[in-house]
Ligand binder design. Structure first.
Ligand SMILES: *[C@@H]1O[C@H](CO)[C@@H](O)[C@H](O)[C@H]1NC(C)=O
Length: 258
């Protein structure tokens, strides 16, 4: 009996190691420090699997932990003001909605939303790279770091509440008339000069604008437009990453209700 017990224990140890090496090459910790619930979502780039079921509910003060393959690449964002009641019409969320579903199933979500973009290279023993992008607009501030703190691996939050700073023409309002997100100029006007396309498709042609400067001033560590320089891309070798929405206390975001 004792022999069988240790055999089973050993077998489970082998299985666990297999699980760690195959599936758990990287761990994400997603925290909600907003005073309201959020619904984080993930969408893989082409050829990569869906992680964290594509989306989940995260009450204030909670952290959800999930694994990702060591070569995963894709985006993570958070949805706000969701109601998944099937009688509720689409979109189900005020920001970041994906087809009205809790689990996004590969869908990239409706902009504007603050995007965290990851390319993991743990399995190649190379540093992973990641950034926070406002190229498609802004809905929440976010802080990204490695689990073992390393200064060069941090992407800081915002120094101003971009929803309060958002110009009228870029504002997205909910049914109660509250600003829930801020469009990028590219999203709002779909012009080559704002979207860095065609004649504006290079860093020397696509320059900061009054809008991108406003984003940069509020959130200096994020991409404020597609060719933001110096590049806010972070290169870091680590297995575990922490993503914190609403990382610090500030202004009206803290008074926003659910
Ligand atoms: C998820 O997406 C896949 C591929 O597009 C599709 O075949 C499947 O039906 C979707 N599942 C749900 C639950 O929508």
């Amino acid at each position: 009996m004792k022999f069988l017990g240790s055999f089973v224990t050993f077998f489970m140890f082998l299985l666990w190691n297999h699980f760690l090496s195959e599936v758990g090459a990287c761990t994400f910790y997603v925290s909600n420090k907003c005073p309201f619930p959020i619904w984080p979502a993930t969408a893989p780039n082409q050829g990569h699997p869906i992680i964290a079921n594509g989306g989940f509910h995260l009450p204030p003060g909670k952290t959800y932990r999930f694994p990702a393959p060591g070569d995963w690449s894709g985006r993570i964002w958070a949805r706000t003001g969701c109601n998944f009641d099937p009688t509720n019409h689409k979109p189900a969320c005020e920001t970041g909605d994906c087809d009205g579903k809790l689990e996004c199933n590969g869908s990239i979500g409706l902009p504007p939303a603050t995007l965290i973009e990851f390319t993991l290279q743990i399995d190649k023993k190379k540093p992973s790279f990641y950034d926070v992008s406002l190229v498609d607009g802004y809905n929440l501030p976010v802080h990204v770091s490695t689990k073992d703190p390393q200064t060069k691996c941090h992407i800081g939050g915002c120094s101003k509440n971009l929803k309060a700073e958002c110009p009228l023409e870029l504002q997205v309002l909910n049914g109660r008339g509250e600003v829930v997100a801020c469009k990028s100029a590219c999203l709002a006007y779909n012009l080559d000069s704002f979207c860095c396309r065609n004649a504006y498709g290079s860093p020397d042609k696509c320059r900061p604008t009054v809008y991108s400067k406003l984003f940069k001033d509020a959130c200096p560590f994020y991409y404020s437009y597609a060719f933001d320089r110096p590049s806010p891309l972070v290169n870091c070798a680590a297995d575990d990453y922490v993503i914190t929405f609403c990382p610090e206390k500030w202004g009206s975001d803290q008074h926003m209700s659910s």
